[in-house]
Ligand binder design. Structure first.
Ligand SMILES: Cc1cc2nc3c(=O)[nH]c(=O)nc-3n(C[C@H](O)[C@H](O)[C@H](O)COP(=O)(O)OP(=O)(O)OC[C@H]3O[C@@H](n4cnc5c(N)ncnc54)[C@H](O)[C@@H]3O)c2cc1C
Length: 286
């Protein structure tokens, strides 16, 4: 339970952090909230030679704002700040709702939205919610900046398309104006990580007909995923119980579901149906 030796840097600003990353390349790791990286280092699953602690960048990278029709969150914004944000409660309430069921108070005080996104643990909650929100990430390096749609960011379990030398600085998504939303999960009883969770963001017209649907799953597969099967079965229909039931039945039949000590493939597929239904119904009631 003791990490291998490493050099430690605590840059005071983004430029200094990017210069350090560029100097140390593959051998360096960013330390944000530390709630995934430090346990991995203690188990020696991660053995970075250089740790670049970006807590000193909070004044630059912790913010929540709306600009040009998009909600923007700095990468160092922690879960507690998301859970208690008045702007998010008003404009994108699914994020505070999902943040409020992450781990415990200590995890929510330390864990950051940027760390959760780069760590790409399939059991994490916010990546699936952000996928349903059509979010993009901004990645900066000493050579410049690129914006990547979250749908192209997750590659496989614990792996994203971030390159050595890059820092995720911002996550943004179009303000989901007038949409109804909810996130429901089957939580691991000890850690509260998602065994399977479903995010539902639904547009409904004045007649109760579904005009848009975004369904994201956490915990189900190796990467957070959207369910086109459920989305297509909802759009254009009046969302009564029978339609929701039919849309969610067998929703994950073709998904290459995870299987581990918390649940088999079959169990996770069955729970995808159950939690998609709960999230859609809670969204409509919201
Ligand atoms: C007991 C416990 C319970 C938990 N329960 C839940 C839960 O219920 N739901 C849930 O979603 N999560 C849960 N977590 C995980 C928690 O959300 C982590 O905090 C999160 O996954 C990682 O965020 P972090 O800021 O701590 O990142 P760190 O641990 O600091 O970093 C994680 C990885 O991301 C990289 N990284 C971090 N920030 C950046 C950046 N800005 N740019 C580039 N790379 C970066 C690091 O180099 C590292 O590889 C739990 C953790 C613990 C310890």
């Amino acid at each position: 339970m003791i990490p291998s030796t490493f050099e430690y840097f605590a840059p005071a600003g983004l430029d200094e952090a990017l210069a350090l990353l560029s100097e140390h390349g593959d051998n360096a790791k960013i330390l944000a909230g530390g709630h995934s990286l430090i346990p991995a280092m203690r188990l020696r699953l991660a053995q970075p030679g250089v740790l670049i602690d970006i807590k000193g960048l909070r004044s630059q990278l912790s913010y929540i704002k709306e600009e040009g029709g998009r909600i923007k969150l700095g990468a160092m914004t922690n879960y507690y700040t998301i859970e208690t944000s008045d702007l998010l409660k008003q404009k994108a309430p699914i994020l505070p709702e999902a943040a409020s069921v992450i781990g415990d108070v200590q995890v929510r005080n330390w864990g950051t939205i940027g760390g959760s996104t780069v760590h790409a643990d399939p059991s994490s909650d916010l990546p699936a919610v952000l996928l349903a929100l059509d979010a993009s990430v901004t990645l900066k390096s000493s050579k410049g900046e690129r914006v990547v749609a979250l749908s192209d960011f997750f590659v496989s379990i614990l792996t994203t398309s971030i390159e050595p030398g890059e820092i995720l600085t911002e996550i943004s998504f179009p303000t989901p104006a007038g949409k109804k939303s909810s996130y429901k999960k089957l939580a691991n009883k000890a850690s509260h990580y998602s065994v399977v969770g479903a995010a539902a963001i639904i547009g409904v017209d004045g007649n109760g007909v579904c005009t848009s649907a975004a369904i994201g799953f956490s915990g189900l597969a190796a990467i957070p995923m959207r369910s086109a099967v459920v989305e297509n079965a909802l759009v254009g229909k009046k969302l009564d119980d029978a339609t929701i039931e039919a849309a969610c039945s067998g929703s994950a039949t073709d998904v290459d579901a995870l299987s581990d000590l918390h649940g088999s493939h079959e169990y996770r597929r069955a729970m995808a149906d159950v939690f998609a239904k709960r999230a859609i119904k809670a969204a409509l009631a919201s």
